[in-house]
Design a protein around this ligand. Sequence first.
Ligand code: FAD
Ligand code: FO1
Length: 449
Amino acid sequence: MVKPDRIRSLKEGVPGPGPVVYWMSRDQRVTDNWALLHAQRVALSQGAPLAVVFCLVPEFLNGTIRQYRFMLEGLKGVEEDLGGLGVAFCLLKGYPEKEIPKFCHQHKIGALITDFDPLRLKRAWKKAVTDRVNIPVYEVDAHNIIPCWVASLKGEYGAYTIRPKITRLLPAFLEDFPAMEKHAIPWLGMPNRTDWEGVEGALTADRTVPAIAWLSPGTKAAKDSLGRFIEARLETYSRDRNDPNRTGQSNLSPYLHFGQLSAQRAALEVLKAAVAQDSRDAFLDELIIRRELSDNFCFYNPHYDGFEGFPDWSKKTLTEHWKDKRPYIYPRDAFEGAETHDDLWNAAQTEMVKKGKMHGYMRMYWAKKLLEWTRSPDDAMEIAIYLNDRYELDGRDPNGYAGIAWSIGGVHDRAWSERNVFGKIRYMSYNGLKSKFNANAYIKSTGSL
Ligand code: FAD
Ligand code: FO1
């Protein structure tokens, strides 16, 4: 049974007699997926077949072949896993506003379920689809442990304000998942298996950013990765997570971003582990509080990717310092090419370009220096989002918009002592970082020199 609070109706109505479709987008997995579980419930209550549809768009928020390759590999596994359950999988190519209504009309679909995503583009997709179909449409938050609209009814000031709200609700929502049932009602006449080579060949995404090989995509790899992290590195997470020379972080963000792994599953597994309390609490705070705060930010703040989205105190102080003389000014391609005067910043940029995943601690410094070395906070935001979403495997995600807005605009942060360019936005210095870890080792490890 899927908690009703995890479901919201985008279009009212009584399901028709036809098959039920889960339009999969954010949560690209078969196990631990509340949207898929709800779709099966609706199909069974109708005695109807069940299908999963994924609409592959030619471009998505600056995604390149690096991210598309990772995603498509994961979707191949989704098709396999669904096959084992007697659930059809259909990959549509094109824009959802056209392809999803067409599919629903063509196959006389009885009800449409989709997964929650607070991003502006995704909400536009759903509005367009909902306006063009005349069947009930449900949206299920399969990404957050506490459904975004339940955790809070407004944009939260910071982790400290959303933490008590989420903590209070965890006992009710941090539950285990029921398994999917084998779907006994087959969908005859569904297209046969996806031609994955054809799909890959037809991709028009930018191929100049190479795919990565250090992380295997897909749900199985994600669960193995989670298990290894819990086994070997969770114990020392609170000590190691801010040292870019150690593999202290979990490296789960690409799996979480593409929904190949459920954060709820990760939390359930971590809670079972016999590890030091401080590391477990520190990890769960990031995985649950910080991550769900990012969805809260993007859900309630329409300007989550711009200066307009900053809190008033930040807009005021950055405007007062708008004209301050910057110590350096670089154009976007100098940043992209890691050609600044700062070897630590260049190393972080190089790590992101080569590995597709910049260390979490470096991301704060990296973004803050973009504020310091560009003409304005607007330029800083534009360049930060462009580079982050072009190179990061986990980019194009609410965590990214919130992380960049925290760094440049003090979102979810407080005012600090005033200084040139930053005003009261928290500052991070080169020497400050060098005192925290062996900077030369990190610079060398990224091969950026
Ligand atoms: P771990 O430390 O192992 O954390 C586990 C999980 O907790 C992460 O996968 C993530 O889901 C969550 N988490 C950890 N730190 C944060 C955080 N600060 N905010 C929100 N959730 C968090 N994260 C992305 O997923 N995509 C991005 O594009 C992205 N861009 C960022 C840009 C900037 C400027 C900053 C400051 C942060 C950004 N983050 C982004 C947040 C964070 O840096 C990454 O989630 C983290 O480094 C991912 O690595 P990990 O999974 O190994 O992290
Ligand atoms: N979601 C889709 O429904 N269709 C796509 O073709 C698609 C491509 C894509 C490429 C890169 C990327 O990072 C995400 C992509 N997504 C796509 C969305 C993704 O599934 C996530 O839902 C959001 O990016 C997270 O909010």
